[in-house]
Design a protein around this ligand. Structure first.
Ligand SMILES: CC(C)(COP(=O)(O)OP(=O)(O)OC[C@H]1O[C@@H](n2cnc3c(N)ncnc32)[C@H](O)[C@@H]1OP(=O)(O)O)[C@@H](O)C(=O)NCCC(=O)NCCS
Length: 246
């Protein structure tokens, strides 16, 4: 079978999954699809204050059932992307690469010396939903218009969400992983041309990651009444943008 449509993703020799390897010095880290077996590790990460303090979406406390539901949901998207690529390979493997609506890989894994793989984080790329906008009607209008655009439309506004195991913070891993996914997949294969991200105003590490990736600070949105699932009150969100050179 031709693997042209997978390019530049590789095929995992043990699992048959698609994957990318980070460049040196992080070449012991690969990005693969999610696995249901990640659930217990995700539960332990999501109940660690080094993560839940900074995250708005996940329930708190985070239970095994939350991880199973989340993995089932995100696997539906990554499995569909893989099926789309398999079908394209069967139909016209040597044709120009097809546009794919999402990335088929997103889970960071550290490959240990004994060959075992430790799940260490996740990167989401979704169409933007303007979580800082408190005017519900304006938010819904923007979301609807963004969701209605055809796959590959350069005017789609995307958003990134990410987290890394606390044991691995501060080594440049997330910056390298997002850069790899953008350069090798999102830009060439999904037509991503603009990304808007939100970081809590005190999340200096997350903002720094995006700045290192070339995102530009636009504004701070004060959010006086926003309380996270963990009970923490946040003060606001910093909005940053990345736009492809036209
Ligand atoms: C945000 C997160 C993904 C970053 O991953 P990471 O691999 O540690 O990031 P990197 O090592 O690539 O870069 C972090 C940068 O922030 C800097 N940084 C981190 N905390 C900082 C702080 N309190 N003050 C100043 N700089 C800080 C680091 O020095 C580094 O910058 P440098 O390379 O210029 O020195 C990770 O810390 C995490 O999972 N945090 C909890 C979840 C989260 O915040 N997710 C993002 C939600 S928007």
């Amino acid at each position: 079978m031709s693997t042209t449509q997978f390019d530049p993703l590789q095929i995992h020799p043990k699992t048959g999954e698609l994957f990318l390897r980070l460049p040196s010095p992080h070449d012991n880290i690969i990005i693969t699809p999610p696995r249901m077996s990640d659930a217990p590790t995700i539960v332990s990460y999501m109940n660690d204050p080094a993560l839940y303090y900074w995250l708005e979406g996940p329930p708190f406390p985070y239970l095994p059932q939350h991880a199973e539901e989340w993995l089932t949901k995100i696997k539906t998207d990554t499995d569909a992307a893989r099926e789309r690529l398999d079908r394209a390979n069967e139909e016209h493997g040597d044709a120009p690469p097809v546009v794919v609506p999402c990335w088929p890989i997103r889970s960071l894994r550290e490959v240990r010396e004994d060959g075992s793989e430790l799940f260490i984080g996740d990167i989401t790329l979704v169409r933007e939903r303007w979580p800082d906008l408190e005017d519900k009607e304006a938010k819904a209008t923007l979301e609807r218009a963004n969701a209605a655009k055809e796959d590959g439309d350069p005017s789609i506004v995307w958003c990134i969400g990410d987290y890394l195991a606390p044991s691995h913070h501060g080594k440049g891993i997330m910056t390298a992983a997002i850069r790899t996914l953008l350069d090798k997949w999102a830009i060439p294969r999904m037509g991503v041309r603009q990304i808007r991200v939100e970081t809590f105003t005190d999340n200096i590490g997350s903002r720094r990651v995006f700045e290192k990736l070339g995102f530009v600070f636009e504004k701070t949105v004060p959010l006086e009444r926003r309380v996270l699932n963990s009970g923490r009150r946040i003060e606001g969100m910093d909005i940053l943008w990345w736009k492809a050179d036209s």
